[in-house]
Design a protein around this ligand. Structure first.
Ligand SMILES: O=C(O)CCC(=O)C(=O)O
Length: 238
């Protein structure tokens, strides 16, 4: 994935170009993150013994171009997932260096995981917004938010309904984090057609069609069925 502010400019090699590497399950070294016992010993508390790594990302927040496109709007990760129940899904997000408000740390709204999945849309930002950076508009502006200052290797585990986002990167460094969404293999798939998640299916299908020639009428479920990897226990439903 590329940042919207440079996506249309000429080819720029190096880490300036890439804002996210997604679906790295075929890369042995990166995927090792999703199998680390230090991570899985906490994940199992949420998922139970049958653990699937459903979605992995290396996130490289570039120095902001001045358009504040390096911000990540407030959202709930469940918006992207065609499986349930939400209580059996957990994200592990690990800082790869010191991260604070200067380079765009995570900002979370404690307690919001007890709510529901809200409608998500692209925010109307002046400088544009990255592909699939959906955000929610309907949240309580006054509810307390916490900025997570983290050191290299620090990891947070959070629920897919937790409202969170991240700020813009005001430094000249590339803020990096690695994350994986785990789910119990006993979860079940849902059809997102006719729901607020339908837009995700449409955009993901367009992307995988363009990149890999996968037919556009493939479902979001199929994408996760193909990409999901068992990391512990037995592959039951997912
Ligand atoms: O790493 C970040 O800045 C936020 C990433 C995030 O929330 C996401 O990709 O869903």
């Amino acid at each position: 994935m590329r940042d919207v502010s440079i996506a249309k400019s000429e080819y720029i090699p190096s880490e300036r170009m890439i804002s996210k590497i997604q679906g790295f399950q075929e890369d042995k070294e990166l995927f090792r993150y999703c199998t680390l016992p230090e991570i899985l010993k906490y994940v199992v508390c949420f998922t139970g013994p049958n653990i699937m790594a459903m979605h992995a990302m290396l996130i490289n927040k570039p120095p902001d171009s001045g358009k504040k496109t390096s911000r990540h709007p407030l959202h709930q990760d469940l918006h992207y997932f065609p499986f349930r129940p939400s209580n059996k899904i957990v994200c592990a997000w690990t800082a790869m260096e010191h991260i604070d408000r200067n380079n765009g740390c995570l900002c979370v709204f404690p307690g919001t995981h007890k709510g529901y999945l809200k409608p998500h849309n692209y925010p109307q930002w002046e400088g544009g917004v990255n592909l699939m950076f959906y955000g929610i508009q309907d949240y309580d502006e006054n509810s307390p938010r916490v900025h997570l200052v983290m050191e290299k290797g620090d990891t947070v585990f959070f629920h897919p309904l937790l409202i969170h986002g991240s700020g813009w990167n005001r430094t000249q460094g590339y803020r990096k984090a690695i994350s994986c969404h785990f789910a119990s293999a006993d979860c079940h798939y849902i059809d997102v057609k006719g729901t607020s998640q339908e837009i995700v299916e449409r955009e993901v299908m367009e992307l995988v069609h363009r990149l890999y020639g996968i037919p556009k009428d493939t479902s979001l479920q199929d994408v996760f069925r193909l990409g999901g990897q068992l990391v512990k226990g037995r592959r039951t439903n997912l």
